[in-house]
Design a protein around this ligand. Sequence first.
Ligand code: FES
Length: 146
Amino acid sequence: MSKENQMNLSQRDFLSWLLKGGVILTLAGFILPAITYLLPLTRQAPVGGMVDVGKKEDFPTGAGRKVILGGKVILVIHLASGFRAFSATCTHLGCLVDWDEKKRQIACPCHAGFFNSDGSVISGPPPRRLMAYVITVVNGRVMLSA
Ligand code: FES
């Protein structure tokens, strides 16, 4: 084999490896973001056990606060009678509801939907109550369960 043929062969090998490397990097560019997108959902979702959402002091009595767990927004309300937690997604068209501390009710800003502090509908277009979560305080920590 002449020196020129050997050089052409090594150039061909180099280009082949460069092409393979480019294909691998392109595939990694698609696969890695998909994996990082899916993993946090499976790690953080409140499936099965209890999930710590903060110190009891972080939730003043009478106030409501939203927490995000597994991509879901949950409204935590601290009443004098104890804690309550509901999906913050309105059952009408999916807007995020808020706790109205003065009126002591949950309000949806989109179409004037109102819910009681037990999640039941007071008025407006929502067709059903808000989905409730089990919530307890353990050793000063507020714990949510699906
Ligand atoms: S989305 Fe809440 S009342 Fe329409």
